[in-house]
Design a protein around this ligand. Sequence first.
Ligand code: 2AM
Length: 172
Amino acid sequence: MMRMFFGLDLAGADKLAIDTWRNKMLPPLTQPVSTTNLHITLAFLGEVPSSHYESVFMAARQVCGQAFDLHINQTGYWSKPKVYWIGPASIPDELLDLARQLRSQLAYQGLPTDPRPYQPHISLFRKLRENPPAPLCEPDMRLSFKSFCLFESHSSSSGVNYRVLEQWPLAV
Ligand code: 2AM
């Protein structure tokens, strides 16, 4: 079994810029997502049995996505999963298409897919009991994506760590 998700890996400089924005624009809050783990989920898979790994890779190989830029310019709070996030106010068609293709290829391979409407976001804090005060300034970052990844989410006594298992290019 491996806990997996498809997602977009952020460049190191972008992770650092987000971490700086978080530290400067918001009060200190519990359970920050570690800087190295900042990412955008495309399709959450959860625990995948080893017998299904090949189907997961097969689904990814069938995806034909386009590179795109993303303007991160809004914040949000989901009270049920208790997550505070930043994300784009407007979602590029290439990103919606990538998430849609992944879901349909996973379904075609007989794998379970997430029924929730896709909402791209970068989780900054988890287990947050209430919506924190508004940030001093809204985020304003432009990110570029030329590939998508399959991540393994590994939990240990020192916390959760994400590892890129494989990366697929997006057409430029
Ligand atoms: P993330 O916060 O690490 O991106 C399982 O629920 C996981 O799916 C969550 O931890 C979250 O991962 C992601 N997720 C939750 N709701 C989502 C949504 N509407 N769209 C995309 N990803 C979502």
